[in-house]
Design a protein around this ligand. Structure first.
Ligand code: TEU
Length: 507
């Protein structure tokens, strides 16, 4: 939403205190905030301070000379003896994480695109600039921040080489830029100097964060973050070669991982619950079935997430089952991560079709095609030309149709949210995974005092059996929600239907 050349979909910010031209003016933003608050809603802003755009005034100055007052706002290093990059780190968007700048004959670090130079958080002036900018937005009345790769801001001071894997030209430097030596100090300082004076929420987007780290980041006594976005569950279908190296998801891996996070943050800290965002493919295509069982599997996945402990996040279009997209022509794609990868792999001789398969499954543009509002031109998204093509299935899959269908995914989400609002066991209940080794059924309980929530999800189109634990046999059972038209009997051995989900309250 901030002023940006849009090299990385706006995550290359050239002015933190102005709105991107394509989205309108600051007056438009003020109007948005007022309308959001009028509806009793809250507005949380993105905080992208691991890096700026290379068109930010700070970087324009920084690159002018080695003694420029802004030089140390960024991470500059001299070339090695042989003129090569200061270390062997890869950028997340292909190639080296260093860009040579001939104006001063040095390299600058960019963990993402070369138009996203990393800020130097070791520089206290940079930190003060960030805190002042945060207060400027907080004083306008925003309600919190989603903090972009915030666990990357503290790097190992020596920026040492990583280990280069077989067949790769660069190493992952993540061991040296994730959860670095001063991360807790910086987050606590950010609270003291900016956040503590306001009643706001914070969520840190943290690639590579583990449950142990998340406990430290979200433990209220550390005064750092309210919650984090972790990535382990959205890496389970990646092979050793990374996200584009497709791997069949094992349901037991997903059960083990989501349960690990439920147990780890059960009593200390707080979970974020998501399967969708602007960086991930559409959840109904990835974890469900976007063909014959699109609506049913979307409701099943929503049931799974929304009955867990933590804060559920709904990403635009998820609530009416938008799906992945397949553009045959690479020129229809917009995401720099995808386009850089395509170019790199084509140069390595990988066939177009093979690369496109990875893009169809994992590309970020799957989640970035225009929101499908209705079945009219461009799905009602614009009267102009959309910046990226609309998913051709917009005539059947759109918000207007969903609102008008009482059985839609949208109305099912509303029921789930209502259950969370009225049943304390959903918010506070202890989690326990059932049938851990079963490869088709994901079932768990939540328990708070006398109330037990029983959540049963059939992840596939088979007819597996759910076995009710003996300890739950003699409870009174009340069906709270289901995505299937069934009776509400809960027998001790229940044969499930394809992608069936049921939630019972047992007392
Ligand atoms: O994403 C952080 C990040 O690591 C992503 O690159 C993610 O791991 C990857 O896209 C998975 O394919 C944040 C923003 O959410 C992302 O949109 C930005 O591109 C990135 O940071 C740089 O700001």
């Amino acid at each position: 939403m901030y002023q940006s050349p849009n090299d990385d979909n706006g995550y290359d910010i050239s002015d933190y205190q102005d709105i991107m031209d394509e989205f309108g003016t600051m007056d438009d933003w003020e109007h948005l905030l007022a309308e959001v608050h009028k509806r009793g809603m809250r507005l949380v802003m993105d905080l992208v301070v691991n890096h700026t755009s290379d068109e930010h005034a700070w970087f324009v100055e920084s690159r002018k000379s080695k003694d420029n007052p802004y030089r140390d706002y960024y991470i500059w290093r001299a070339p090695k003896e042989d003129g090569s990059e200061p270390n062997n780190w890869a950028s997340s968007f292909s190639g080296s994480a260093w860009q040579y700048d001939d104006m001063t004959g040095e390299y600058y670090l960019h963990l993402f695109s070369k138009k996203q130079p990393d800020l130097n958080w070791e520089n206290p002036t940079v930190r003060e600039e960030v805190y002042n900018m945060m207060r400027w937005w907080l004083d306008k009345g925003i309600d919190g921040f989603r903090m972009d790769v915030i666990n990357f801001i503290s790097k190992h001071p020596d920026l040492p080489d990583g280990k280069i894997k077989e067949g790769k030209k660069h190493a992952s430097g993540s061991a040296y830029f994730r959860n670095g030596p001063r991360i807790h100090e910086f987050l606590q300082e950010m609270n003291e100097k900016a956040l503590d004076d306001y009643d706001v929420m914070t969520v840190g987007e943290m690639p590579g964060v583990t449950p142990d780290w998340a406990q430290e980041y979200t433990d209220p006594k550390n005064n750092e973050l309210n919650m984090v976005f972790q990535f382990e569950h959205v890496d389970l279908d990646s092979g050793s070669g990374g996200k584009w190296d497709l791997r069949q998801l094992q349901l037991t891996d997903l059960k083990e991982n989501l349960s690990k996070w439920q147990y780890a943050l059960q009593d200390v800290g707080w979970n974020s619950l998501y399967m969708n965002n602007h960086d991930q493919p559409r959840m109904v295509s990835r974890f469900g079935n976007d063909g014959q069982y699109r609506e049913k599997s979307a409701k099943m996945l929503a049931t799974l997430l929304h009955m867990m402990k933590g804060t559920p996040y709904i990403y635009q279009g998820e609530e009416f089952g938008m799906t992945n997209v397949q553009f045959e022509d690479i020129h229809d794609y917009r995401d720099i991560e995808t386009l850089n990868m395509y170019k790199e792999k084509r140069e390595e001789g990988v066939p177009h079709e093979e690369i496109m398969q990875s893009i169809y499954v994992k590309g970020r543009d799957n989640a970035r095609t225009p929101v499908q509002w209705n079945d009219r031109e461009h799905a009602g998204f614009t009267t102009g030309t959309p910046w990226i093509r609309v998913n051709p299935n917009y005539r059947e899959i759109n918000a207007e149709a969903a609102l008008n269908d009482p059985q839609s995914i949208f109305h099912y989400y509303r029921q789930l949210i209502d259950i969370r609002r009225r049943e304390d066991v959903v918010v506070y209940g202890d989690y326990e995974l059932l049938m851990a080794d079963d490869e088709e059924v994901f079932a768990y309980t939540r328990t708070l005092n006398e109330a037990t929530l029983l959540v049963i999800c059939n992840f596939y189109d088979g007819a597996p059996t759910f076995k009710l634990p003996k300890t739950l046999h003699d409870h009174k059972k009340h069906l709270l929600i289901t995505n299937d038209e069934i009776g509400d009997e809960l027998s001790e051995e229940l044969t499930l239907r394809p992608y069936e989900a049921r939630v019972y309250k047992l007392t």
